[in-house]
Design a protein around this ligand. Structure first.
Ligand SMILES: CC(C)(COP(=O)(O)OP(=O)(O)OC[C@H]1O[C@@H](n2cnc3c(N)ncnc32)[C@H](O)[C@@H]1OP(=O)(O)O)[C@@H](O)C(=O)NCCC(=O)NCCS
Length: 170
């Protein structure tokens, strides 16, 4: 079941997965400095209006999470509420390739549609497994920003998916 989760769950049962989503293998949940950084990061996203959703297994174990950073129009000006951003997505290592990631993304697409967004954007490392995943989920490559983490690191690929209103035919 996918449900909205808050700071308590994110810094509790979901912290190891969230740390991996943010920093890959560099995040160490036993390092107090890393935990402190994750606390700051979660508070900062929540303060910006991010909504986090968690997926639990039937026995209550956390197996996936996703976040949506929505935007809101200035009344009379349609620009800002046009699109939202997926900021986090992760499925626990032993649970991958079972459709959970796709379900989580479809869930935030539904939320974004309800909020009136016409598209979703997401960025990830160029050539990564996550990039293949977003392509499989119908996201279109918009551009690549090379060298964003340094000249020897892979670039950042930006994806976009137009969202049809829920009641429109394909
Ligand atoms: C990316 C991630 C969320 C995908 O979750 P998942 O539950 O394994 O994905 P799904 O099972 O829903 O996969 C849907 C489709 O995406 C594609 N896909 C998923 N993982 C893939 C991979 N490692 N390589 C290539 N294609 C992949 C496939 O087409 C897949 O369909 P299939 O299994 O029928 O072939 C997961 O691998 C993950 O948590 N990775 C580590 C964290 C991360 O990279 N997060 C994204 C940061 S932006």
């Amino acid at each position: 079941m996918i449900k909205q989760i808050g700071e308590r769950e994110l810094l509790g049962e979901f912290a190891p997965l969230l740390g991996e989503v943010e920093c890959g293998r560099h995040f160490d949940p036993r390092n107090p400095e890393h935990v402190k950084w994750l606390q700051w990061r979660v508070k900062a996203f929540i303060a910006r209006g991010a909504r986090f959703y968690g997926l639990h297994s039937d026995d209550g174990a956390p197996i996936g999470l996703v976040s949506l950073l929505p935007d809101q129009n200035l009344p009379g000006l349609p620009w800002h509420g046009d699109h939202g951003d997926i900021m986090h997505l992760g499925v626990a290592a032993g649970e991958r390739r079972s459709g959970h990631g796709r379900r989580l993304v479809e869930h935030v697409e539904g939320v974004a549609r309800e909020l009136g967004h016409r598209s979703l954007m997401v960025s990830t490392t160029e050539g990564s497994e996550a990039a293949s995943f977003y392509e499989a989920c119908g996201y279109e490559r918009v551009t690549v920003i090379p060298g964003i983490h340094g000249p020897s690191e892979r670039g950042l690929v930006l994806f976009r998916k137009p969202l049809r209103p829920a009641d429109s035919s394909p």
